[in-house]
Ligand binder design. Structure first.
Ligand code: CTP
Length: 398
């Protein structure tokens, strides 16, 4: 998402300036074009040489560099976003009141791009009414503030005022400034992970699905602009994007209920969960005690969620099913495509190395109703998710 984006980093005098080195490095690694402007006092905290080397651009600090005037107006027009991190208490106050005694402030006052700030200061300074008022003022001007966090401060005290970590700033920019518009206005539902079918209060029948593929799909849909509802079985997965809504479920019946309620309002549904096909007929109220002889359990079929939403599908809805197969893979996947009324099916074969449960890579074939067959992988699940979502985008915009 950040590839080719023009990001101007402003650095002010704060101990947290050391984090800006990593921020510049992370942005460049993502393919962004990065330029840096610093206040003269920030030079005491971080080396311009390191920043110019990492950003591959001259760092602007003074009004005049050599014989040349630093064109602050053009810097603020060049950038897609101006990120001031760290933002010191002093620079915040100057921004709030329109002072212009260094180049960074001149860039700020003349910038036509969105401005995002990550404040950093000691807790008492942060809590001071003057600082809080200044924060409110710059928010009123339309600037975005990345909240400070709580923790150890440069003074040795603990409290609010820590600058957000570079990785958090990267996620913030990706999510708030650079989501693409390809799926803007579309709502998507994704199912992920396994389901657990209870036997008694402490035991269940489950499977090895990690939820990685489903979470990668939800994130990719979200970064392409969709509004995403993720229905997840029990997994260790987390998403860094606060805008993805997650409904946590346990059993196949819970997942069915969540999907039944959400499906009517979505444009796209991707059913990547490994839903249990059978569930115990009776769930013991107490823990089943060890006994002589075998334990016999009786199972009944769960509702097939994909089949259910397939039967309710309208012309404008696009449904993607998954098929996990060990033999006659294509034939079985095509049967599922038809019987569950999906628009396409993503085939995973457990015979493929680097594919399947628990691992970070996958290898898939997308099969659709018009006979298209698209192979992808083996590669990381995040990359596979990009291919699946790109395919959906071409189909729904066709
Ligand atoms: N699926 C579902 N609800 C179920 C079972 C499966 O929504 N109760 C969905 C899965 O999320 C997947 C597709 O159906 O998108 C195929 O799942 P899979 O386990 O491969 O196939 P099954 O239909 O369960 O058939 P089988 O286990 O016999 O291969």
């Amino acid at each position: 998402m950040l590839h080719g984006k023009k990001i101007l980093i402003g650095i002010t005098a704060s101990i947290a300036a050391y984090k800006s080195i990593l921020l510049v490095r992370l942005l460049v690694k993502q393919g962004a074009e990065v330029k840096v402007v610093m206040t003269p006092a920030a030079k005491d905290f971080v080396s311009p040489l390191v920043l110019s080397t990492l950003s591959k651009n001259n760092v602007v600090i003074e009004w005049v560099e050599g014989n040349e005037w630093s064109n602050h107006v053009m810097l603020g027009r060049w950038a897609d976003v101006f990120v001031i991190a760290p933002l010191s208490c002093n620079t915040l106050a100057k921004m709030a009141h329109g002072l212009c005694d260094n180049v960074l402030l001149a860039v700020y006052l003349s910038a036509t791009c969105p401005v995002v700030v990550a404040p950093a200061m000691d807790e008492d300074m942060w809590q001071h009414p003057a600082t809080q008022k200044n924060i409110s003022l710059i928010k009123e001007y339309g600037n975005t503030v990345i909240e400070v966090s709580n923790g150890e401060l440069a003074s040795g005290l603990f409290g609010d005022g820590r600058m957000a970590e570079p990785e958090e700033i990267l996620v913030f920019l990706t999510e708030k400034s650079f989501r693409s518009a390809e799926l803007k206005g579309k709502k998507a539902m994704v199912t992920a992970g396994p389901t657990y079918e209870a036997i008694d209060p402490v035991r269940f029948v489950g499977n090895h699905s990690s939820g990685k593929m489903g979470f990668a799909l939800a994130e990719e849909l979200y970064l392409r602009g969709a509004d995403v509802e993720l229905v997840s079985g029990p997994t260790q997965q987390k998403t860094v994007y606060s805008g993805i809504r997650i409904t946590h479920v346990v059993s196949a019946a819970d997942m069915f209920r969540a999907c039944e309620a959400t499906f009517p309002s979505v444009d796209i549904a991707i059913m990547s969960a490994a839903v249990a096909d059978f569930t115990p007929v009776n769930v013991a109220n107490e823990k089943i005690k060890k006994q002589s002889g075998n334990l016999e359990l009786s199972f009944e079929k769960t509702k097939d969620i994909l089949q259910y939403i397939g039967s309710k599908k309208t012309k404008s809805q696009y449904i993607v099913g998954f098929a996990l197969e060990t033999n006659n893979e294509k034939e079985n996947a095509l049967k599922k495509l038809q019987s569950k009324n999906a628009d396409c099916i993503v085939l995973n074969s457990l015979r493929d190395k680097k594919a399947g449960f628990g691992i970070d890579t996958n290898k898939i074939t997308i099969l659709d109703r018009s006979g298209k067959e698209i192979e992808s992988g083996p590669k990381p699940k995040k990359e596979i998710a990009k291919d699946i979502v790109s395919f959906i985008v071409t189909q729904i915009h066709a």
